[in-house]
Write a protein that binds this ligand. Sequence first.
Ligand code: COA
Length: 461
Amino acid sequence: MPHDLHYDELRSQIKGLIDYVRQNNAIEPSVFEKYNVKRGLRNKNGTGVLVGMTRISDVNGYTIEDGKKIPIKGQLRYRGIPIDDLVNGFINEERYGYEEVAYLLLFGLLPTEKSLLHFNQLLSQRRNFPATFKEDVILKTPSRNVMNKLQSIILALYTYDDNPDDVSLDKLLAQAIDLIAKVPLMLAYAYQAKRHYFDNKSLILHQPLIEGGTAENILHLIRPDSHFTRQEAEILDLLLCVQADHGGGNNSAFATHVVSSSGTDTYSAICAAIGSLKGPRHGGANQRVHHMMEDIKGHVKDWKNEKELRAYIEKIIAGEAYDRSGLVYGMGHAVYTMTDPRAELLKEKARALAEKTNHVAEYELITDLARLTQDILRERKGDDYHICANVDLYTGIIYDMLGIDEDLFTPLFAAARMVGWCAHRMEQVMDSKIMRPAYVYVPNNNLTYLPIADRTGITQA
Ligand code: COA
């Protein structure tokens, strides 16, 4: 696809302006402290500033005793139910869980057999696009990034909605069901278009499975031969379930709350959430984990040699290797301290799958990476420091073992989280108060107006 905005030329033309941007805008962390502003909406002890309430789900990783953060085993509850209980429940009863989880998150109760069947029928009947939508919206303007295309597809749906700005609850719920139903098609067709137009592969567009659920449809739509096993669909279903929601404070749910509080339309709010999830510190971390593992394999001759591996991880943490951010992707969490319950659930599955698919060496590399990162950071920051493997450490290797392309890692997270965003949007719209926090104004040079002829071009003090 010959797309190019020719940024190189513009970037070379604006070189001289960059210094102004830097010197007149950057604010040192110490200035935040001086004005007692909670940088990143965090309290001094790393806990999040309280900015809202939610009834949808709860994320817990510590208790507070005498103002001190005490690490605990991570807990995730959907409408009060621990994620482990939910997952073990549907696995033991031998059914897929994602639609049940969606029902629980949207409506606040577990579905009966009859109501689950009805909900599945609603989803199935909405799993399609308006006539020519696929051609006009997806194929004519493919993107090399599926998350970006998801955003543009969702924004385009606004045009096909006869009253898109209606924020009555029944309309929001109808839009939620429609988006949850359609997101497997969106990501699959956006992916197929990317492969065709940017990677020179054949264009393969399957029709959705009428009888299938979300996980089955995704596998059916993304695979050229449509073939998948029950076991593969169950694993993907589990991944969708554990990523369906994560409280109100995670970056993309919070973005949904902020944007929805202005009274804007569903498509705009969900688009903002997808933009947030795409970031490498949030959902985009799963792709970074994948790249980082490739980088490690490329640079560490013998990954089983703990000394060699540790030396390279130290380099990553020092900002001297991989993307030089100093971060080991797939490690750390804003709330969880000792464990991330999603990672714990996936770890077991990943091990079993690795044994089946001959990926034990890769699996062990990941667990060694987690352990060594913990050791290194604890040695540096002291015994009070806790860091755990997060969900993204395991999603990538599981997708890999399912033969799912890296282009789809973060979009699959978005597909799972669609339900959470929609539930948070409805919750926010019911509380019709616009979010409007405050910023401290800290100019570094108090300018006065000067007529153009008197200006030197140098920052005037
Ligand atoms: N690798 C190296 N150092 C890390 C780290 C990581 N993955 N995660 C946290 N740290 C360090 C931080 O740099 C910080 O050090 P400092 O005090 O010297 O600045 C310290 O540990 C405390 O970090 P914390 O405040 O607990 O992290 P956070 O809440 O600001 O950030 C994440 C949480 C998730 C954004 C962060 O851990 C991260 O970027 N992880 C990698 C990306 C990732 O996997 N994201 C998916 C999350 S589900």
